[in-house]
Structure formats: structure tokens, C-alpha cells
Design a binder for this molecule. Structure first.
Ligand code: RUG
Length: 807
């Protein structure tokens, strides 16, 4: 959009007056944020309405991305950027004596996600809008996000993440678009006179799903897509209650109903928690599909053509109930026959798998499922019966094979199996991951449906992760290669020709230095730790999980500490190890690793013998906004998961785009990063995929042997249990047990030696400034292929069959 400074100032002053009855000069920064936010929403609204009308008018096929998480990050800065008015607004505010940066800092990160899965969904939303793809998000409007992490005495403490405490300027409540979702009750098939069967569902509980819409603004184009998040509310009982509900009962019901959209990933270690999770999943899926079908009918399109107008993407198995729910709507509400409904459903739905970790491939106990979703269970039963017929025709009497692949088996409903059978496309999120799905985890399904399997390597939006997070580097890119990379991120490769240019190298180094200084100031303010911007910033930020091996990193630091104590003249470049990670509340071992890292930090940071050669920082409450600050200041990107375990990773892409060098196992998208940058520009270590698979298949790994034969490993592990590291009596024992008595499931000790060597190699490379800066530039200029703009275009043409609209 085009707006002059003067016009903006007038609008801003008027809006402030309207909202707060106050002049700008008397306003607080809080008021300024809300004024600017609401004004932006006004600016966006015209384009938003036009886009929605355009989609309806031209009957364009629309994508609906169903996801349990959307980890959006702050929206003010990205909306200003995408509207193309960030500089104008910043200048205008400056004229008024205000600071855009300070105003942007008021915004609270939406608590709508946890990690890579949700962040990917957010990147896709930005990229779809920016690429002119008609793409909408569909999810839950959680009142509280995952949790707010505090570190107290080294331990993770979880507090409610009350992100909606103040107004959320970006959303619009659409009460008139509310729908009802049914839980519990009795469902059966009643014979009609003509012999056909009528589905009956009685005595159900109704929940009102009220949508809140948020605009997804495309980058300097005319597209504004919609993220629709559903809020669970008590229906207006006056029409359908026969007076038997007393006030207390209503209140009780209210609590139960509202809890559906209360928190992300409720604790599922007990029955009630598991019921709540399934409730959440069906809630947003049913509401989303009801509204999609209603819109489709309103536009006058025939239902038999739904799949030509609508693509529903199932992001991980959480929205898998979309398959039987669409069947229910088409059959029970629209009177369609099974065969036609199934054809439409399969052709509408596509599925992305994000992990080979079996614990994340959801399955539900039959009893729980049947009680909560009786009608949906009947439909899945029929899908399973028909699927078993297909399997019988392939595998004859091989009952084992049939049970292995069935959807309902062994007392469970298996959601991944449902997804593969009920969709037309199944994709993994990096080449290695997809190959592993095809050859290992989902091999039987690949044999059955080879044509459904495809790879779509993840991506990240360069607008947030480069343009917004690293404005200085963005300016340098504009100065050197022009600004075409902003619209076409693959043009970042033009920057490669500067890799040996001493002047540009110096500028890249200076930009990194400036970002490091800013992060150092943040660390000082938050953690009270003084870190040296001349030290190497070695960064490990992601969810805390044993397979991501924050433990390997911490054990290596402990090893370095021993080296220093043993040899006070031990030579090493000063290093600042930065961690940030949330552990799932019920994941005890992950929390112990957090405590271990903090205990290590406490001891090493305060040991004068270390002479500041090592500093460890654990930044609490990792979030998108924090990542935007950490990543541009990072030099070493720790991507050290056990090979085969990380489906893709996306922070690896963000780091390289900001000039960090990756220290990696050949896992997930690290493999493709290596393909892009080449061996001289990345440091690879650790077991290969074949080795890992061999060990898992044939055994033979004995972690105790390593402990007993490698003196460094022994020294490190013993110091976990002998009181050498203070304050980890319990944690130290547990970590020791995990690595030795339980044989180190994630090969931490097996990879220890090569990790130590890789760290050493990194340090040597860093010493040579020319080489390091060259590597850094190679990484930046090779990162364009990892823009999610590229990924969503691949989905659009290969999976969703959507067109790009620029009208
Ligand atoms: O762990 C994976 C990451 O490797 C991947 O990059 C990301 C996006 O595809 O998804 C993460 N993931 C997987 N998050 N949750 C799961 C399993 O439910």
C-alpha cells in the first residue's frame, strides 16, 4: 500500500484520540502499540475483504492448512513490512518523537505453538500469502499457550502463558459464523423402510465453536489470506434445553467446554488429559470443515466438486479426524453415498508426516475414542473394514500383515494409518526423512501406495528471518546484489561472488559483531552474565529432547572444562555457549538436562581458573521473538541430533541464512544444507544413517565399553555423579544411568569422539578470519532455496493443485 508520512501521522493521531481520548504526546508506549495495531488492521481490512471476495468470485481452489499449532511470532513488524510501509511509519513516528522499535516490543508473542511444527505452519502462511496462493490456516485459539518458562535455581518452572491478557488487536471475532460440534452420546445405524441405513446420534453434548479471524498479509502484493482460530464456548441453551439444567450444572459444563480451547498440548499422562487432546483435535477439525462446506455451498458450487475447489492439508496426525469428519458431513448432513464421499475426501485431503519417532505417531484407545466420538468411530470402523478388504486382496491370508497395517487394531485407532489411506498425498519434510518413511517406518504403506509418497523439504520465510531479524545484513545485500532477493530469495546466490571480497567480508563480520553486541547486552540484562562479543557464539536453540542431544553439547563443554583445569595453559578460543529450550512439562529427563546445563553454567562461569575461556548461558522462555534476536548473532549453529531422528529441522536454515556455520550430523535437512554449501562450508560429524540403522536393527552398541575405554568420557561421566558438578546429585545419577545402564538410546557417547574433533575443527576454521567469513557468505548465499516461498510453490503444484492469483 502507498501512504505518505503526513497522512499516516494524521491517521495515527485520529486513532489515538478515538481509542484513548488522548493526544499522542501524552500517550504511553502501550497506547501507541494498540493505536498502531488497530490502525494497521484498518489499513489491511480493505485488501482482506477484496481478497476474500476475489476467491469467491473466481471460484479459485483454496488451501486450508489444518494445524494444532501456528507459532506466528509478533505480527506488527511483519504486517508493516508486508504492507510495504515500515520505513514510512518508522520515520513518521520518529517525527512525532516515538520509536517504532519500542512500540513493537510491547507486542506479546501469540501463544499458539511450541516448536518447529508450528513455526513451519506460520512460515507457510506468510509464504502462501506472499506468493498469491489462496491459503488459509485453521486451528485453535488457545487462551493460554504452552507455558511460560522460568528458570528457578536451575530448574524449569512452568507458569501460565497468558498471552491474551490484553487485547489481541489482530483478531476479529465472527460470532455469526459460529458452528456446533458434537461430543459423546449414542450413535448407531437405524434401518429405513427402503432397507438403507440412517445414521443416528443422540444425547450428545454440544460445544459452540466461535471463529476468530486474523489477516495474513502477503508481501507487497494484493493478497490477504485468513487464519481462522476456533474458541470453545457454551451454546445458548435457551432453545434446546428442556429446563433440566440448573445453574451449577451449566457452570460445570462451562468449565469443561471452555477447557477445550484453554491450553496447547494438555498433559496427556492421564486419561482426562488424553480425552481433552482428542476433544481439541475434533473440535477445530469439525468446526473448520463445517465452515468450509458451508462456504462452498454458499458460493453455489456443487458438493460433488468439493475437491476441485478445496484442498485440506493435515499437518501431522493431530487433524487426522478430518477424514472421517468430512465423510460424516458429506453422508449424514448432505445425504451422499459412501463411494462418492470417499472419493471426494481422499482427493481433498493431503498429509504431512513430521517425525519417525513412534511416540509422536498418535494412536487412541478404542474405548476412549468411541465414547467421545461415537459417530466418528463408526465411520472409522467402516473405513477400516473396507481398507482391510483392500489389504486382503493384496496379502491374502497373511493376517499379521493385515493387522500391522490396519487402522483399528490391538485396541487402538492409529491415526497415521488413517492419514495414509484417507488422503491422496503423503509427504515427509526432508529428503532423508522421506526416504526413511518409504524404506523403514511406513515401508508397507509405500509398497501399497507408492504414488502417494513425495518429499517436500521444509522452508523458512526470509522476510521474518532475514529482512526483519537482520536489517543490517539485508541492507548490505541490497547494496551489493540489489533487492531482487526480497521478492525472489533464490537471488541470494548472487551474493556468492563476494565471498573473497575483503571489503564485503569485513562488513559481514562487522554486522555479526553488532548483532553479537546486542545479544550480549540482552544476556547481561536477563541473566546477569557478561559475555565477550569477541568470543565464538555457539548456539543450540530448539525444543529440549533427548534426540536433539543438548546433552552431547553440554558433555563436551564439561570435557573442555576438565581440559582447562588439568592444563591451566590449555589453549582455546574463548567461547560463549548459548542454549534456549523448553522441555515438555511431563518430560522428566529433558528437565534434568536443563538443570544440568544450568548447574554447569553456574560452576564454570564463576570458576576463576577458567579465565573466561568458557561462558554458558541458558536463556529462559525460548520464543520466536527471542530467536529473532539470537539467530542473527550466532556463529556456530548446533544441529547435532542423532542421525535419522530429526525429520528436517528449520532453525538450521535460519542460522545459515544469517551467516552462521552449521555443526551437524547428517540428519534431516542438514543433508540438503550440505548439498547446497558443499563440504568446505559446513562441519559434519557423527554416525551415518546406515550405522545408526544397523545398530538399531542388530544391536551391538555397548555404551559402557566407551565409558570404560575412553578416558575423556569416563572423566566427564564420573564428574556427573561424584559431586564435582555441584547441585546435580539426582540429575547427575539419572543422566549417568540413561547413558550407561540404559545404553544411551541416542548414541551420545558413540558420537562423543567425533563431536570433540568437529568442535576443534570449527575452532580452527574460526581462527582463520578469511576462511570463516568466506564460509559465512557461502552460507548466506546458499540459503535462498530454503525459503518457504519455494516450498509452498512445490506444495501448490505437486499436492494442492492450486493456482497463483495476482489480480
Ligand atoms: O521435529 C520436527 C522437525 O524436525 C521439523 O523440522 C518440524 C517441521 O516439519 O517438525 C518437528 N516436529 C515433529 N514437531 N512435532 C513433531 C511430531 O509431532
Amino acid at each position: 500500500m502507498i501512504i505518505t508520512k503526513e497522512q499516516f501521522k494524521k491517521d495515527f493521531e485520529k486513532k489515538m484520540l478515538k481509542l484513548y481520548a488522548q493526544e499522542v504526546e501524552d500517550s504511553t508506549v502501550h497506547m501507541q502499540y494498540f493505536t498502531l495495531g488497530y490502525l494497521m488492521k484498518e489499513y489491511i481490512s480493505e485488501g482482506w475483504a477484496k481478497t476474500t471476495n476475489r476467491y469467491t468470485k473466481y471460484g479459485e481452489k483454496q488451501v486450508y492448512y489444518f494445524s494444532i499449532e501456528f507459532l506466528l511470532g509478533r505480527l506488527l513488524a511483519s504486517n508493516l513490512l508486508n504492507l510495504g510501509i515500515r520505513n514510512t511509519v518508522s520515520d513518521a513516528l520518529k517525527d512525532m518523537g516515538l520509536s517504532l522499535k519500542e512500540i513493537e516490543d510491547v507486542e506479546v508473542d501469540p501463544g499458539l505453538g511450541n516448536g518447529g511444527l508450528g513455526r513451519l505452519a506460520a512460515c507457510f502462511m506468510d509464504s502462501m500469502a506472499s506468493s498469491g496462493i489462496p491459503g488459509n490456516g485453521n486451528g485453535i485459539r488457545y487462551k493460554y499457550g504452552l507455558f511460560q518458562q522460568k528458570i528457578v535455581d536451575g530448574y524449569q518452572v512452568e507458569l501460565p502463558e497468558n498471552w491474551l491478557r490484553d487485547d489481541n488487536v489482530w483478531e476479529i471475532r465472527k460470532s455469526d459464523k459460529a458452528v456446533k460440534v458434537k461430543f459423546y452420546g449414542d450413535a448407531w445405524m437405524k434401518p429405513r423402510e427402503d432397507g438403507s441405513l440412517e445414521p443416528i446420534h443422540t444425547d450428545y453434548q454440544e460445544v459452540l465453536a466461535v471463529p476468530y479471524d486474523t489477516a495474513l498479509v502477503g508481501y507487497e502484493n494484493k493478497t490477504v489470506n485468513t487464519l481462522r482460530l476456533w474458541n470453545a464456548e457454551v451454546p445458548n441453551y435457551t432453545d434446546d434445553i428442556q429446563g433440566e439444567l440448573n445453574f451449577n450444572k451449566v457452570l460445570l459444563n462451562k468449565r469443561e467446554i471452555e477447557s477445550i480451547s484453554e491450553v496447547l498440548y494438555p498433559d496427556d499422562s492421564h486419561h482426562e488429559g488424553r480425552v481433552l487432546r482428542l476433544k481439541q483435535e475434533y473440535f477445530f477439525v469439525s468446526a473448520g470443515l463445517q465452515s468450509i462446506v458451508a462456504q462452498h455451498k454458499d458460493a453455489g458450487h456443487p458438493l460433488s466438486e468439493l475437491h476441485n475447489y478445496v484442498a485440506v492439508h493435515i499437518n501431522d496426525t493431530h487433524p487426522a479426524v478430518a477424514i472421517p469428519e468430512l465423510m460424516r458431513i458429506l453422508m449424514d448432513e448432505e445425504g451422499m453415498e459412501w463411494a462418492e464421499a470417499w472419493h471426494i475426501t481422499q482427493n481433498t485431503m493431503s498429509y504431512t508426516n513430521h517425525t519417525i519417532m513412534s511416540e509422536a505417531l498418535e494412536k487412541w484407545q478404542i474405548d476412549l475414542f468411541k465414547e467421545l466420538l461415537p459417530r466418528i468411530y463408526l465411520i472409522i470402523g467402516e473405513i477400516d473394514r473396507r481398507f482391510r478388504e483392500i489389504l486382503s486382496s493384496k496379502f491374502g491370508e497373511d493376517q499379521n500383515q493385515i493387522e500391522k497395517m490396519a487402522i483399528i487394531s490391538g485396541g487402538y485407532v492409529r491415526m497415521a494409518h488413517l492419514c495414509i489411506h484417507g488422503t491422496h498425498s503423503v509427504n515427509g519434510v526432508a529428503k532423508l526423512h522421506t526416504e526413511l518413511l518409504k524404506s523403514q517406518e511406513l515401508r508397507d504403506f509405500y509398497m501399497l501406495y507408492p504414488y502417494k509418497f513425495n518429499n517436500k523439504t521444509n522452508g523458512i520465510t526470509h522476510r521474518r528471518w532475514l529482512m526483519l531479524a537482520n536489517p543490517e545484513l539485508s541492507d548490505l545485500l541490497d547494496e551489493t546484489i540489489g533487492n531482487s532477493w526480497r521478492r525472489n530469495p533464490q537471488d541470494l546466490k548472487l551474493f556468492k561472488k563476494y565471498k573473497r571480497d575483503p571489503e564485503i567480508q569485513k562488513k559481514v563480520e562487522q554486522i555479526k559483531r553488532n548483532n553479537k553486541e546486542k545479544l550480549a547486552a540482552y544476556i547481561k540484562e536477563k541473566n546477569g552474565i557478561i559475555v565477550d562479543p569477541n568470543s565464538i557464539f555457539d548456539v543450540h536453540v530448539k525444543r529440549l529432547h533427548a534426540y536433539k542431544r543438548q546433552l552431547l553439547n553440554a558433555l563436551h563443554i564439561l570435557h573442555q572444562y576438565h581440559e582447562i583445569l588439568e592444563n591451566p595453559n590449555f589453549e582455546m578460543l574463548p567461547k560463549t555457549y548459548i542454549f534456549a529450550a523448553k522441555a515438555a512439562p511431563g518430560y522428566y529427563f529433558a528437565k534434568e538436562i536443563i538443570k544440568f546445563i544450568n548447574a554447569l553454567a553456574e560452576q564454570i562461569n564463576n570458576d576463576p581458573r577458567v579465565e573466561d575461556r568458557i561462558k554458558i548461558v541458558f536463556l529462559e522462555n525460548y520464543s520466536v521473538t527471542l530467536a529473532e534476536q539470537i539467530i542473527p548473532a550466532s556463529e556456530v549453529s548446533e544441529q547435532i541430533s542423532t542421525t535419522t531422528k530429526e525429520a528436517s529441522g528449520t532453525s538450521n536454515m535460519k542460522f545459515m541464512m544469517n551467516g552462521a556455520v552449521t555443526l551437524a550430523t547428517l540428519d534431516g535437512a542438514n543433508v540438503e544444507i550440505l548439498e547446497e554449501v558443499g563440504h568446505p562450508n559446513i562441519v559434519i560429524f557423527g554416525m551415518t544413517e546406515k550405522e545408526v540403522l544397523n545398530y538399531y536393527r542388530n544391536g551391538g552398541y555397548n555404551s559402557r565399553e566407551i565409558y570404560e575405554s575412553d578416558a575423556r568420557v569416563k572423566r566427564v561421566l564420573d564428574s556427573l555423579t561424584n559431586g564435582f558438578i555441584k547441585g546435580i546429585q539426582v540429575e547427575g545419577q539419572d543422566i549417568f544411568k540413561n547413558l550407561i545402564d540404559y545404553n544411551d538410546e541416542f548414541f551420545v557417547l558413540k558420537d562423543f569422539d567425533s563431536y570433540v574433533a568437529a568442535q576443534k575443527k570449527m575452532e580452527d576454521l574460526y581462527r582463520d578470519r578469511f576462511t570463516w567469513n568466506k564460509m559465512s557468505i557461502e552460507n548466506i548465499s546458499s540459503s535462498g532455496v530454503f525459503s518457504s516461498d519455494v516450498t509452498v510453490m512445490q506444495y501448490a503444484s505437486g499436492v494442492w493443485d492450486t493456482r497463483i492469483i495476482e489480480r
